[in-house]
Design a protein around this ligand. Structure first.
Ligand code: ADP
Ligand code: MG
Length: 712
């Protein structure tokens, strides 16, 4: 007993030493800085989503200011997620002059709303500059935190960002709305299972992949500086063929970097948990423990910020681009997602027939949602960067399918082929009877095949693997919540219409209810089971098979984004109160503009680098070779001239191709077709990468793959 007590204390001290949550205005700070009553009210809002009592805002602001000042903060900012996909902040100091005397002020109003003159954020036509003001509104469910920088500190208050009309100008607002939609649908369904009303929660664990590069190389690569990816670079002799990097020993300097990242994240209350080498050389992963979805989304934004900032201090650069290097793996951000009810994970198959029935219902709802709205899920991960990654043989293809694993697939198959409405007790032999039979224990999927799937069931959660490494989780998660809310809602409506619900005591269900459920799930699977694919998603055969099944395939983002302009999709978002038609249209515009903008920047950068750095180097080498050849021939030296001539031809034809490639890209840039720009970029790159082998290493103007990927 005594020993256990001591151990516990030591444990607490150890946790304190990590400073976990030290820079977060969380439960502990609230308890310390607020009177009991106010603290209780605020916790109610944070934990149960109860509306915030406006009368306590002043007190909360006061406490927050003192807490922040005790931690060295002099400024505060509303921190939000504009449509740029990054985070935004505009700092104000607490300092105010009152009767010529400086005071430190921060009011309830300062906390609750902000009016940044944020007219330059993309709004997709929702706001014109004459009505430029946007509003930021405090999101108490994501705690305020301290951002440290050099010798200063700033209090950051997570907020939603809206236009004066109330229209969402950010990524958080639709996410919160989609969580409400799912909440409502799941409550409706759970009521039919005769469960008492409880809190519906979503959870997200976002695995973050990234590359590290030595800053000295990064500085010499204008393409990385401008676009985040290498536009040129021949493959190095060694890439990832030996599979020796994945899970390999983490280099010491990288481990130092990771330690610093984790310390910073822990201070921010972000439960960074797993770190390891990834598949490509110089590629790594950080995975936090999963958290509530809205919080986890904010936290992932801070993870990306922290990775970038800490890298600087270690003489490194952190590349969050989806495909910094051609020919080796790109980086994703696997969104592990699940839904819980009263704290129980609904995607956990459970151990008894009741839990199994709920699990199978949710599973079928998700299958329906993903099949029906594969186009929206695909669009939610669209982006100029991710286009180079999806389907590039080491990331899931652009066709959205679901991986269930062999055992669960068998269960689904049984339901699908089952006897339908003949009564849950009267199924054919070997058929699963919902509400009667217990599912066999499903092993956590141990195979590697799920890695090739864009949407994989992994034991008690789904892993959406298509999102790119730089994406803000809010976009894909908003779509996922909304489409699942719709499917759950539809299943609930069908169950209600069966006339078998509402007849059981809490926690019990009737046989008639289960028979109706079995029939509804069977029909759902018959209509949507085609989206389930348990094979290898990297195989070319799958694309053909997917086409046969009628699954959409939009390999490019421009095509994929069209999903956001479809009338039926606008109706879906509007019906569930997630985005109005105007809000969705604005997003469509913003994403298109962003895509086109990025492609044009890349194209321009590639043209400029080819003309200003590569061409002069090749020309000089050509001239030097020519010079040597002329001199040798003049002196009548025969040896070596054949080789020089061969070199000259290689360099000369390369030079011609280079010039033509630059001209071609320049012409494409004069037009407006992104696919033409991208095609011209690919052609030019092929020429440049071939020339890399014909120019002396010392004269090549850009650091090479063999340096960037291995010397960090
Ligand atoms: P991997 O997929 O690489 O094997 P893990 O199985 O460790 O990785 O899990 C990946 C992520 O999934 C982690 O962030 C983990 O916290 C998260 N996760 C686990 N359970 C859930 C859940 N119920 N909801 C959301 N995320 C979860
Ligand atoms: Mg994973």
């Amino acid at each position: 007993m005594h020993l256990r007590h001591q151990k516990g204390e030591k444990m607490n001290e150890a946790i304190k030493a990590t400073k976990f949550g030290a820079d977060v205005f969380g439960a502990e700070a609230i308890k310390e800085y607020l009177p009991k009553d106010t603290a209780k009210k605020l916790q109610g809002t944070i934990e149960r989503g109860e509306p915030l009592d406006p009368s306590i805002a002043g007190e909360v602001a006061h406490a927050m200011k003192h807490w922040a000042m005790d931690r060295g903060a002099t400024h505060y900012t509303h921190w939000f997620l504009p449509m740029t996909g990054a985070t935004a902040e505009k700092h104000d100091s607490f300092l105010e002059l009152k009767n010529c005397e400086p005071i430190m002020a921060f009011s309830g109003k300062n906390l609750i709303v902000g009016e940044p003159d944020a007219s330059s954020f993309p709004s997709g036509g929702i706001r014109s500059t004459f009505e430029a003001r946007g509003y930021t509104a405090w999101d108490p469910t994501s705690p305020a935190f301290i951002k440290r920088h050099g010798n200063g500190a700033t209090l950051c208050i997570p907020t939603a960002f809206c236009a004066y009309t109330g229209e969402a100008l950010d990524k958080k607002t639709p996410l919160l709305r989609s969580m409400q939609a799912l909440d409502k649908s799941v409550k409706r369904l759970m009521k039919l299972f005769a469960l008492p009303e409880a809190h519906v929660g979503c959870t997200l664990g976002a695995e973050q992949e990234y590359f590290l590069i030595s800053k000295k190389y990064w500085e010499k690569r204008p393409d990385l500086v401008m676009t985040g990816r290498t536009l040129f670079g021949a493959p190095s002799a060694k890439g990832q063929q030996l599979e020796d990097h994945y899970f390999g020993t983490i280099p010491e300097n990288v481990l130092d970097f990771m330690n610093d990242v984790e310390r910073a994240l822990w201070s921010l209350g972000i439960p960074a948990k797993t770190r390891h080498n990834e598949v490509a050389p110089a590629q790594f992963e950080l995975a936090p423990q999963f958290e509530e979805l809205n919080l986890a989304t904010d936290h992932n934004m801070l993870v990306m910020d922290t990775l970038r900032n800490v890298a600087e201090k270690h003489g490194l650069k952190c590349l969050l681009h989806e495909k910094p290097y051609a020919g080796v793996n790109g980086s994703g951000k696997h969104n592990n997602w699940s839904v819980n009810y009263g704290g129980r994970n609904l995607l956990d198959p459970g151990t008894n027939p009741q839990e199994n029935a709920i699990f199978l219902t949710m599973l079928c709802a998700i299958i329906e949602a993903v099949d029906k709205h594969a186009d929206l899920l695909r669009a939610s991960v669209a982006g100029a960067g991710n286009d180079h990654r999806l389907g590039a043989n080491e990331a899931p293809p652009a066709v959205i399918s679901i991986y269930l694993g062999d055992q669960l697939a068998k269960v689904i198959d049984q339901i699908q082929k089952g006897n339908g409405g003949k009564g849950a007790g009267g199924g054919k032999k070997g058929m699963l009877r919902i509400g009667v039979d217990t599912l066999p224990p499903l092993p956590m999927d141990a195979t590697d095949r799920n890695r090739t799937s864009p949407f994989a069931f992994t034991g008690n959660k789904f892993e959406f693997r298509a999102p790119g490494s730089s994406v803000c989780c809010a976009g894909p998660m908003t779509v996922l919540n909304t489409i699942v809310a719709e499917a759950v809602d539809r299943l609930a409506a069908e169950l209600e219409a069966s006339g078998t619900t509402g007849k059981a005591k809490p926690g019990e269900h009737t046989a008639a209810f289960h028979a109706a459920l079995q029939d509804i799930l069977r029909k759902t699977l018959a209509a949507h089971g085609r989206v389930v694919f348990n094979g290898n998603g990297y195989e070319v055969g799958w694309l053909k098979e997917a086409e046969k099944r009628g699954l959409p395939n939009s390999p490019t983002s421009l095509e994929a984004l069209e999903a956001f302009s479809k009338k039926e999709n606008a109706a879906l978002f509007e019906k569930y109160g997630v985005l109005s038609a105007r809000e969705l249209a604005s997003r469509h515009d913003i994403f298109l503009e962003e895509f086109v903008g990025k492609v044009r920047i890349e194209g321009t950068c590639e043209r400029d680098l080819a003309g200003e750095m590569i061409l002069p180097a090749v020309r000089d080498e050509y001239a030097a070779t020519l010079d040597a050849l002329v001199k040798a021939e003049k002196l009548g030296v025969l040896s070596g001239t054949a080789a020089l001539k061969e070199n000259l031809v290689e360099l000369g034809s390369g030079l011609d191709a280079l010039k033509a490639g630059i001209r071609n890209l320049d012409e494409a840039l004069n037009g407006s077709a992104c696919d033409e720009i991208l095609a011209a970029m690919r052609t030019l790159r092929t020429t440049v990468d071939a020339l890399e082998h014909h120019v002396p290493d010392a004269k090549w103007p850009l650091p090479k793959y063999r340096e960037m990927l291995f010397l960090y």
